[in-house]
Write a protein that binds this ligand. Structure first.
Ligand code: AHR
Length: 505
C-alpha cells in the first residue's frame, strides 16, 4: 500500500512535556518487594536496591514516577512508612488483601528514585485519609524545617525537603472497589478543599484530581464534569486511566483502541473546556493519563486468586507476560499521546516493575525486559521537543471500536535543540508493507540518523527469563531521504522509529 504523509515546520501541535513518559509504581504484588528492593539478592546494593533493575530503569530516561498507589493508597497511612524500620507496623493492605511490612516508605522510595534519576509524584489518601493527613504528609515531605512534621523528617536523616511538585488527590475515587469510594460531588468537594490547603502550605505544587477509572464506567463522563465543577480553579490536572486488552484476538480491533483513546482524551478535553467556560475561569486544567498499559492476559483469574488468598506478603500478582502484539500496541498508543500532547501533559505507564510492567525481576534471579519495554524506551528517548501536526493519506479500515482507522499510525516530533526530526510509525496492516512518502515541508533534512524497527515476530511471542532478548528492536534498512522527502518501506505489523538530522535549523 502507498501512504503519503505531510508535516510542515510551521504546523506544530504543542511542546511535549517531558513528563509524558512517566511511570507508576505501587505497593502491590512484587513491584516494591523483590522488584526494586530485594536485600540479599546478588545484584542488590547495601540498601537492598537491585542494581540490575535500576540499570534497566535508568535506560528508560523516566522523568517522574507516581507512588505509592493506586488502590493501595486509599487505605494507606504514610506515617506507617517513616522512622526506624524495626518500629514500623505490619498492616493488612485492604486493596490487594496482602500484608504490608512498611519496610519501604517515603524516604526509602525517595532514595531509590534519586538513584534512578526520577522525580517523585506522590498520591495522598482520600479514601480512609483526611485533609489533615494530606497536609501533614506535604509538610513532612516539602517543608524545610522548624515545624513538627518537617523536623521529624530531619530527625529521620533527611535534612533537605524533597520539593515534590506533583500531588495526586487520591486514586480512582469513582470506583466501587476503591476503599472510601465517594460520589462525584463529595469527592469534588474534598479534592477542592485538600488542594487549596496543600497549595496554601506550598504554592509551588501542582495537584491532580481523579477523573474516571476508565471510559467504560457508568458515571463517565458526568464524573469529570461534576468533580471539575467543584474544584476547577484549584487543580492543575485531571487523571485518566485506561487498560487495554485483546481477549477476542482481533488484532485490528485491538489496534483500533488507539483511536478510541483519542476520543476519550477529546471527550475529557471538551469537558474541561465546558467547565472552564461556565466558570469564566482563567486557569487551564490539563490531562494526566497516570495509568495506562495492556492488562488482560491473566486479569480474570487474578481477581479470583486475590479473593481466595490469605494476606500473603509480596505475592506474585498481575505479572503479565507481554507479547509482540502488545509492543506494537504500546508504540501506537504512545503515538496518540504525542499527537495529543496539547492536552495530555503527564502520562504514566502502569506499572514499572513486575506488576503489569515492562521490567520483570525474578525473585533471587535475573531481571529482564518485556516486549513493551522497547517502544516505551524509544518514545521516551526520542519523543521529546515539539509534536508536529501530521497529515496521513492512505488506506483505512473499520473495526468494532473505531471507523476509518489509518493502517499507518504516525507521530512526528521535532527537537530543535538537537536539530532532529523523529518519525514514529506503526504499520498495523496484517499482511501488507507500506511505501511511505513523507513530505517534510519547511525542513532541510540531512541524512537518516537512526532507524530502529520491531518486526517479524509471531504476534503471541514473548520474552522470558531464559530468552530475554528474543523480541527487541533491530536496525532498519529501508528508509532514505530522497529530494528532501522521507521514503521508507515499512513491513506489515512493524513499529519503526526513524530519526532524521536537520541542517540549517
Ligand atoms: O495498576 C493496578 C491498579 O489498577 C491500580 O492500583 C488502580 O489504580 C487501577 O485500578
Amino acid at each position: 500500500m502507498k501512504v503519503r504523509c505531510t508535516v510542515h515546520r510551521d504546523f506544530r501541535v504543542s511542546r511535549i512535556d517531558d513528563r509524558l513518559y512517566s511511570a507508576f509504581i505501587e505497593h502491590m504484588g512484587r513491584a516494591i518487594y523483590s522488584g526494586i528492593f530485594e536485600p540479599g539478592h546478588p545484584a542488590a546494593d547495601a540498601h537492598g536496591f537491585r542494581q540490575d533493575v535500576l540499570a534497566f530503569v535508568r535506560d528508560l530516561n523516566i522523568p517522574a514516577i507516581r507512588y505509592p498507589g493506586g488502590n493501595f493508597v486509599s487505605a494507606y497511612d504514610w506515617k506507617d512508612g517513616i522512622g526506624p524500620v524495626h518500629e514500623r507496623p505490619i498492616r493488612l493492605d485492604l486493596a490487594w488483601r496482602s500484608t504490608e511490612t512498611n519496610r519501604i516508605g517515603t524516604n526509602e522510595f525517595a532514595a531509590w528514585a534519586d538513584l534512578a534519576g526520577i522525580e517523585m509524584m506522590l498520591a495522598v489518601n482520600l479514601g480512609t485519609g483526611s485533609l489533615q493527613d494530606a497536609r501533614e504528609f506535604l509538610e513532612y515531605v516539602n517543608y524545610p524545617g522548624g515545624t513538627a512534621w518537617s523536623d521529624l523528617r530531619r530527625s529521620h536523616g533527611v535534612e533537605r525537603p524533597y520539593g515534590v511538585k506533583m500531588w495526586c488527590l487520591g486514586n480512582e475515587m469513582d470506583g466501587s472497589w476503591q476503599i472510601g469510594h465517594r460520589k462525584a460531588r463529595d469527592y469534588g468537594r474534598i479534592a477542592d478543599e485538600t488542594s487549596k490547603a496543600l497549595k496554601t502550605l506550598d504554592p509551588g505544587i501542582e495537584t491532580i484530581v481523579c477523573g474516571s477509572s476508565n471510559d467504560e464506567m457508568e458515571t463517565y463522563p458526568d464524573w469529570e464534569h461534576t468533580v471539575l465543577e467543584e474544584c476547577y480553579e484549584n487543580v492543575d490536572y485531571i487523571s485518566l486511566h485506561k487498560y487495554f486488552g485483546n481477549r477476542s484476538r482481533d488484532t485490528l480491533n485491538f489496534f483500533g483502541k488507539i483511536e478510541q483513546t483519542g476520543r476519550y482524551i477529546q471527550a475529557i478535553a471538551g469537558t474541561i473546556d465546558h467547565v472552564k467556560a461556565r466558570k469564566r475561569a482563567k486557569n487551564d486544567v490539563y490531562i494526566c493519563f497516570d495509568e495506562w498499559n495492556v492488562w488482560y492476559h491473566k486479569r480474570a483469574e487474578e481477581k479470583e486468586k486475590i479473593r481466595k488468598w490469605d494476606w500473603p506478603e509480596a505475592p506474585a500478582l498481575l505479572e503479565e507476560d507481554y507479547n509482540f502484539e502488545d509492543a506494537l500496541f504500546v508504540g501506537g498508543l504512545l503515538n496518540e499521546f504525542i499527537r495529543r500532547s496539547d492536552r495530555v501533559k503527564i502520562a504514566c505507564i502502569a506499572q514499572l516493575v513486575n506488576v503489569i510492567a515492562p521490567i520483570r525481576a525474578e525473585r533471587g534471579g535475573p531481571a529482564w525486559r518485556q516486549t513493551i519495554y522497547w517502544p516505551y524506551q524509544m518514545a521516551s528517548l526520542y519523543g521529546r521537543g515539539e509534536a508536529m501536526a501530521v497529515h496521513v493519506d492512505g488506506p483505512t479500515y473499520d473495526c468494532r471500536v473505531a471507523e476509518d482507522v489509518s493502517y499507518l499510525d504516525v507521530a512526528v516530533t521535532h527537537d530543535p535543540a538537537a536539530a532532529m526530526l523523529t518519525v514514529f510509525v506503526l504499520n498495523r496492516h496484517l499482511s501488507e508493507a507500506a511505501d511511505l512518502d513523507m513530505d517534510l515541508a519547511g525542513f532541510t533534512p540531512g541524512e537518516i540518523a537512526l532507524h530502529r524497527v520491531m518486526e517479524g515476530h509471531e504476534l503471541r511471542a514473548t520474552n522470558s527469563a531464559t530468552a530475554p532478548d528474543r523480541i527487541a528492536p533491530v536496525k532498519g534498512h529501508d528508509a532514505a531521504i530522497d529530494e528532501g522527502r522521507l521514503r521508507a518501506r515499512l513491513n506489515p505489523l512493524s513499529y519503526n522509529v526513524i530519526r532524521i538530522n536537520l541542517s540549517q535549523e
